[in-house]
Ligand binder design. Structure first.
Ligand code: G3I
Length: 395
């Protein structure tokens, strides 16, 4: 290895040792001085806005009902949004008319906020909120919406370099001690930026997402697990509780939270985790993603799981609701009946305190904008018109 590279590496290692969670870069900016190391790649925190299909116009004119107003006394009603959609006035109009909560579909995930270029230049984890993200947060703030933060610690959409020596994509995994410093730097910066620029905007945060496997012996073999073992979950919640502004509720978020495989159910695992975290005052609720299908799970199984989590003395938030069905009239009817059965029960249970639901979020505004649009999973169709499912949720 050339002499210069060794000295650069030495500089970098020295930087690491001295690194604390000092001043962070939180606005997308290019370093003025030449960075100590040349990054392998250009800053990747400002990906081009995705070219999204422009939804053909017009939501049904004169929609008289609003989902969030209908449930104003029960829970917040939200949707996920992608920044690229908000430029379509019909989409943003519909969001403001129907929802009082939004979640960034991708723009606040680790790969959107962690800045390899600056981390390598400064020798410590740097978080950068790029335009792709701030345009959504600005829009929410201007329109008096509240937000769910999604997501701090996850196995997916989290860059490899974050776990590796020198913040290099091909470095060795760092030690537990080093990763704890990096985790703290990351979580501290995310909350510090949001609290300073968007005070009061966020009411909930997914601290850890999808840590459990659907079957097998439990925890997903992620980089987090490889470095920390199962403690990464507790460490994440300890840091989130330490740095989250007061009033921001902290959630464990997962999908298929209602399934039983062999003798150990995912529900049991989540209940055990919540009980443990709650004993330390670290968790406020369970996020049930709720990516459902009209054929599974049964409405009863879903509702019973909501009740089981509520019985632990925590909040339940339905965080990513969509229901796949056949893309035809019969499929839409089935979807409407399925959602009617679920909402009838969860609203009744929430009102009689069997359940403690504090927000419901659908994972997208319209089928065309959904990650699984071909199965027509949402409440509004490709033309932003309400489907039978919309009216059944309002029943
Ligand atoms: O931004 C890039 C764009 O620059 C590029 O041209 C394009 C084609 O490669 O990809 C774009 O990134 C995509 C991103 O969505 C933004 O559109 C990724 O490939 C794609 O994988 C990513 O999918 C997201 C998925 O999470 C990734 O895991 C979905 O939109 C999002 O709805 C989905 O949401 C997750 C929740 O966060 C967690 N629970 C499950 C849920 C569904 O998977």
């Amino acid at each position: 290895m050339k002499k210069t590279t060794w000295s650069l590496l030495l500089l970098c290692m020295l930087g690491l040792l001295l690194a604390g969670c000092g001043k962070e870069t939180t606005e997308a900016e290019k370093p003025t001085a030449t960075p100590a190391v040349t990054s392998e790649a250009e800053p990747t925190n400002t990906p081009e806005p995705t070219s999204t299909p422009e939804p053909t116009p017009t939501p049904t004119a004169g929609l008289t009902e609003s989902l969030y107003q209908h449930y104003a006394d029960d829970f917040r009603f939200g949707t996920c949004v992608a920044g690229a959609y908000l430029k379509y006035s019909k989409v943003s109009e519909l969001v403001l008319q129907q929802f009082n909560s939004i979640t960034c579909e991708n723009e606040m995930k680790p790969d959107a906020l962690l800045d390899q270029y600056q981390s390598r230049a400064q020798g410590k984890v740097v978080v950068t909120f790029s335009y792709n993200t701030t345009r959504i947060l600005d829009w929410a703030k201007q329109n008096n919406l509240k937000m769910r933060g999604h997501v701090l610690v996850w196995h997916s959409q989290t860059p490899e370099w974050f776990f590796r020596e020198g913040f290099r994509n091909d470095g060795a995994l760092v030690s537990r001690e080093e990763m704890l410093i990096r985790m703290e730097c990351y979580i501290q910066q995310v909350f510090a930026y949001c609290d300073s620029k968007y005070p009061g905007l966020f009411y909930a945060w997914d601290v850890v997402n999808e840590a459990f496997t659907d079957d097998g012996d439990g925890l997903r073999n992620s980089n987090w697990y490889k470095i920390f073992g199962e403690d990464f979950i507790t460490e994440a919640f300890r840091l989130a509780r330490k740095y989250a502004p007061s009033g921001v509720k902290l959630f464990y978020n997962d999908f298929n939270t209602y399934i039983n495989y062999s003798n150990k159910t995912k529900t049991d695992r989540i209940c055990n985790l919540v009980t443990k975290l709650k004993a330390e005052g670290l968790i406020d609720g369970v996020g049930m993603q709720s990516h459902l299908d009209v054929s599974f799970p049964s409405a009863d199984a879903f509702v019973n799981t909501v009740n089981r989590f509520s019985a632990l003395g925590v909040e339940v938030q339905i965080t990513e609701l969509d229901v796949t069905t056949k893309p035809n009239a019969a499929g839409w009817e089935k979807q409407a009946k399925y959602l009617e059965s679920i909402f009838k029960q969860i609203v009744k249970n929430d009102r009689n305190k069997t359940a403690n639901i504090t927000s419901v979020t659908v994972w997208g505004v319209s089928d065309k904008l959904s990650w699984r649009g071909s199965q027509h999973p949402l409440l509004f169709d490709d033309n932003l018109n309400p489907k039978p499912a919309y009216y059944s949720v309002l029943q």
